[in-house]
Design a protein around this ligand. Structure first.
Ligand code: NAP
Length: 284
């Protein structure tokens, strides 16, 4: 039986892991921010010491990309220093770390999917803080998996899928940008990959990219959500070229999945994954 500690358990990814129904061979221990703040290194050290954890999954992060432009110190405290705390404590206690990072470590100037070896160059404070977190982990720890993912969505918390559903329920018209290209990633899909790493227990340490296959724009994603949810409202989604935001966003952040596909054969298209999430939504 592998013993796993999950940090940031009340976020959308943490909640998705909690709701997985495949728990054979793994015993999860969930800690929300209230139970364990990752900026409190002493508490982290106390809880993780001598508890026999095999893996730590870090789902905790400062994820508000817009606010990170102003609350930069807070974003770095959580995404960089917090990640360093976790790495140090994992190192001391022989725990393997699975840490989630982001496509926003790239500047978006590529014309083809970013590989794990491509040069990072974040263009907003959130991306910079997440990259610093990656660098600290690499410095502190050998036994780590850093999984960069993109455009996460689920039925929990605040995310693009839920925003679009809420507004369509109110029959609002939505102007959505066609400027950025990326890949929507279902938290269920990412959670299954994380579980795969743990169960296999043999994947080489290092950085992995994880998303569904294919790519789209936020406009394309919104259209596909409405097509699954209420196709009669498709005309409520209107394309606009630019959506004004405080934080700069990479124009192109599609992740190359070749390395991941060497070890994991389950990747579907983002459209198929979205259909799967809607199936569970309708069965609720
Ligand atoms: N969302 C995306 O589109 C996206 C895309 C790429 C990568 N990622 C990465 O994927 C991971 C999971 O993201 P998510 O979408 O699940 O984020 P989320 O829903 O915002 O969840 C993050 C969780 O971290 C908790 N947290 C914040 N500060 C903490 C601290 N100091 N100590 C302990 N917990 C803390 C938050 O608690 P409170 O709610 O109480 O603040 C929240 O429950 C993150 O590393 C994120 O950077 C996300």
């Amino acid at each position: 039986m592998k013993k796993i500690v999950v940090l940031g358990a009340n976020g959308q990814l943490g909640k998705t892991i909690k709701n997985l129904d495949e728990f054979d061979g793994v015993e999860f221990h969930f800690f929300s921010r209230v139970d364990l703040d990752i900026t409190d290194k002493n508490k982290l050290a106390t809880i993780l010491a001598n508890a026999g954890f095999d893996y730590c999954i870090n789902c905790a992060a400062y994820t508000n990309v817009e606010n990170a432009e102003e609350n930069t110190e807070e974003a770095f405290k959580i995404n960089a220093e917090g990640a360093r705390n976790i790495a140090e404590v994992c190192n001391t206690n022989g725990i393997k770390l699975i840490h989630i990072s982001t496509d926003y470590v790239f500047d978006g100037k590529n014309k083809e999917p970013y590989t794990v070896n491509d040069i990072t160059n974040p263009i907003n404070e959130y991306g910079k803080s997440k990259l610093q977190g990656e660098l600290y982990i690499k410095e502190e720890l050998d036994h780590y998996y850093i999984i960069r993912t993109s455009w996460l969505y689920s039925l929990y918390g605040k995310n693009f899928l839920k925003t679009v559903i809420g507004k369509i329920e109110n029959d609002e018209v939505l102007n959505i940008t066609t400027e950025e290209e990326g890949t929507p990633t279902s938290c269920i899909d990412l959670s299954e990959f994380i579980l795969h790493i743990i169960k296999e227990d043999t994947l080489p340490y290092g950085i992995y990219h994880f998303s569904a296959n294919g790519s789209t724009t936020w406009y394309g994603f919104a259209k596909e959500i409405v097509r699954n949810f209420k196709p009669e409202k498709l005309d409520n989604i209107k394309p606009i070229e630019k959506f004004k935001t405080r934080a700069k966003r990479p124009n192109y952040s599609v992740l190359d999945l070749n390395k991941t596909e060497e070890f994991y054969k389950e990747l579907l298209s983002w459209e198929e994954n979205l259909r799967f999430v809607f199936k569970s939504y309708k069965n609720k």
